[in-house]
Design a protein around this ligand. Structure first.
Ligand SMILES: Cc1ncc(COP(=O)(O)O)c(C=O)c1O
Length: 318
């Protein structure tokens, strides 16, 4: 193991999350239940928020900004985690408001989160939009802390360095690869840094669901490089340890096709575990096609997102 020190964090995630053996279509494999890291704060984002909100506290912020799609799990987790820690939270959401809001959007409204809806085009400049508003709020005496898309920053990635370490200490740990959905890249970046810090040649496999595979690969590797630099880590990135597999979100981030829904429904019926339509459902379809066999050496991480299923109810039923 390479010598390193974790940044300061607060404890808001239910971790370690279990690794369970489940059987799908007669084949037994291992799944890490990061959907059990919390309820309102379910999923991978809360691991990143442990570090990010600790930093926000240390910097004496009183208002958190973050962004995502209108059904963003990250935005919802940030709203719940942030508010419960005494911050105000404002979300910049790409999409439309609706009085019939369901899933994550509904939950954000329940806790009276400040929401601003922007178009997909505007979302391309969401970092600038948040920076501009930060200046405006700071003129009014507020102290704003910006959490980047998906919490995927040099600090947020530590959540998945920590998860990697957890995996090494858990049963069934002779994996040669770990597969997750990849949206903003922080989960894969953290796992990849973990593999280097703990000297394990475990391949990190991302299934891109929102951006192109090429963009995701570059974004993830750049984030790893920036983190190595920022924290002065004594590792040299081996790019071969990251694989991004394309082709499992061709219907688009906000959509899911019927074949995938059928796999999600069969999987839920056979294992008791529900996958979400934007991330884990698509990632599992890749796992099912490419890696599922008895005692597969590829660990599947369920990164949460269950509330997204409620927003897509009609797709789930015949
Ligand atoms: C449920 C779920 N799984 C996976 C991801 C992807 O994680 P990351 O953004 O770190 O790539 C996200 C968020 O983007 C998510 O909400």
């Amino acid at each position: 193991m390479i010598n390193f020190k974790y940044p300061h964090k607060i404890n808001i995630a239910n971790i370690p999350s279990p690794i369970q053996k489940v059987t799908f279509n007669g084949k037994g494999f291992w799944i890490k239940r990061d959907d059990l890291t919390g309820l309102e704060m379910t999923g991978n984002k809360v691991r990143k928020l442990e570090f990010l909100l600790a930093d926000a506290k240390r910097k004496k912020a009183d208002l958190i900004f973050t962004c995502g799609g209108e059904q963003s799990n990250h935005a919802r987790a940030t709203a719940f985690a942030g508010k419960s820690l005494g911050f105000d939270v404002k979300l910049f959401l790409w999409g439309k408001d609706s009085p019939k809001a369901d899933g994550n959007l509904f939950l954000n409204k329940v806790i009276r989160t400040d929401l601003e809806f922007i178009t997909r085009k505007e979302y391309a400049d969401v970092d600038q939009i948040m920076e501009q508003q930060k200046l405006q709020f700071e003129k009014l005496g507020r102290k704003v802390y910006i959490v980047k898309e998906g919490g995927s920053s040099e600090l947020g990635v530590w959540g998945y360095v920590n998860a990697f370490q957890e995996i090494l200490n858990q049963k069934g740990n002779n994996f040669n690869s770990i597969l997750t959905a990849s949206g903003s890249g922080g989960t894969n970046a953290g796992l990849l840094i973990g593999a280097h810090l703990f000297n394990k040649r475990i391949k990190i496999i991302g299934i891109n669901v929102l951006y192109t595979a090429e963009y995701m690969r570059n974004r993830t590797l750049e984030l790893v490089e920036r983190t190595i630099k920022k924290f002065n880590l004594k590792i040299k990135l081996d790019e071969k340890l990251l694989e991004v597999i394309d082709g499992y979100s061709t219907e688009g981030y906000k959509n899911i096709n019927h074949d995938k829904i059928n796999i999600i429904r069969d999987f839920a019926g056979q294992t008791g575990i529900l996958l979400d339509p934007a991330y884990t459902g698509k990632a599992f379809c890749a796992y099912n096609e490419l890696f599922l066999n008895n005692n597969s050496k590829t660990l599947f991480i369920h990164t949460g997102g269950i509330f997204g299923a409620f927003a897509k109810k009609m797709n789930y039923l015949d």
